[in-house]
Design a protein around this ligand. Structure first.
Ligand code: NAP
Length: 347
């Protein structure tokens, strides 16, 4: 049985959900796909680093995850590892580097540098982080291919919903002209709460209480998270080289209760609409609130759901809706990338 050794860089919401999903799916992966996934190393910023070339003790790792004490991964270390994140990447006994550190929308760093180091070492790369996708898609694809390895990032946009893989597989041969949709689930929830009578501040407080909005919600509210996703889709699927700043997003801060009421009176709803694509006067992108009618596919996209519609030469409107996203759905995107990499090695 082929063994695939994984080094996890970042072990927060997504990294932990991925470890749990792998544990739950190990038998299925062996039976259906003929390989045994093994986590051999984990690095975090404040919760320690651990390496075991024979695979970390899965029971002990899950026990650590479920424990009530602050997590200290160094108790699983069998290498007496000392060093920084780059040293970790240089030393890890692994085939694949799975990167889930925080996003930096301004440069993609330091995650981009970590992935560069992994690619130069000849590792396959998987990330859930939009930063390296926007700022390093072509470079990381080239660097990994020099070593006959792959760079995969399915969960960077719309979590576990298949987006990027569609264009490598089922949609190969179709020409993409553009896309539109709702790519930020947080603002979609906030707009729904406002429609139900809350102010933006009350809606943000609710979002914070269920862990959807951060203490500083400006990344979502001002449209930057949506903008980085528009840049990622544009760069990967439509050959652009955009940054989130090029998208010049308008967030939902300017939406007042009066505007919500006026939309309701017209039978419409406010949505933070994302788009990118070729128009008569060149490539255009946008993130801005728009009133949508009941006839629009966006009208009924509620709560934390997200939606994208692709316009292709052979399929004028192909929509993908993702409901109830969570770290588990994101972890599935990482798993799908892992299976894709394993399949590539046997093709
Ligand atoms: N949450 C989601 O559902 C979701 C969905 C799609 C995409 N993503 C993307 O996935 C990534 C991870 O999200 P998350 O929610 O899991 O974040 P998170 O909970 O904040 O976890 C981030 C992890 O990265 C570690 N880290 C930070 N800097 C590091 C460094 N220099 N070296 C090693 N480890 C470092 C942190 O260490 P400590 O544990 O020591 O703090 C933590 O373990 C982000 O890029 C996010 O945008 C998340």
């Amino acid at each position: 049985m082929k063994t695939m050794d994984l080094a996890l860089l970042g072990f927060g919401n997504v990294g932990k959900a991925f470890a749990r999903l792998l544990a739950a799916k190990t038998q299925e992966l062996q039976e259906e796909y003929g390989f045994l996934p093994r986590i051999t190393a984990i690095a975090t910023k404040k919760h320690g680093i651990c390496i075991d070339p024979d695979g970390l003790d899965e029971k002990a790792l899950l026990h650590l995850l479920d424990g009530s004490k602050p997590m200290d991964l160094s108790v699983l270390d069998r290498m007496d590892f000392e060093g920084d994140t780059f040293e970790f990447i240089r030393q890890v006994p692994a085939h694949i580097l799975v990167e889930t550190t925080p996003v930096n929308p301004h440069s993609g760093l330091p995650a981009l540098d970590y992935l560069r180091a992994g690619a130069r070492r000849g590792l396959h790369l998987i990330t859930a982080n939009k930063g390296p996708v926007v700022y390093g898609f072509r470079e990381l694809t080239e660097l990994t291919s020099q070593h006959n390895r792959l760079f995969r990032f399915e969960s960077a946009v719309m979590d576990g919903a298949p987006i990027f893989s569609l264009f490598r597989g089922p949609l190969a041969g179709a020409k993409l002209h553009g896309f539109y949709g709702i790519l930020n689930s947080c603002t979609n929830l906030l707009l729904e709460r406002m429609r139900n009578g809350e102010t933006l501040e009350e809606a943000i407080a609710y979002g914070a209480s269920i862990g959807i909005t951060e203490t500083d919600p400006s990344n979502d509210v001002d449209g930057w998270d949506a903008a980085i996703k528009v840049a990622a889709l544009s760069n990967v699927l439509l050959g652009q080289s955009l940054t989130p700043m090029d998208v010049k997003p308008t967030g939902i801060r300017g939406i007042t209760p009066e505007m919500i009421a006026s939309a309701e009176a017209q039978g419409k709803r406010w949505k933070l609409v994302c788009q990118g694509g070729w128009k008569e006067d060149g490539y255009k992108v946008g993130v801005k609130p728009e009133m949508v009618s009941p006839g629009s596919p966006l009208y009924t996209v509620d709560g934390t759901s997200s939606f994208v519609s692709f316009e292709l030469d052979v399929l004028p409107g192909l929509g993908i809706l993702e409901s109830d996203p969570s770290p588990k759905t994101t972890a599935f995107g990482l798993l799908a990338d892992l299976i894709d990499i394993v399949k590539s090695e046997t093709r």
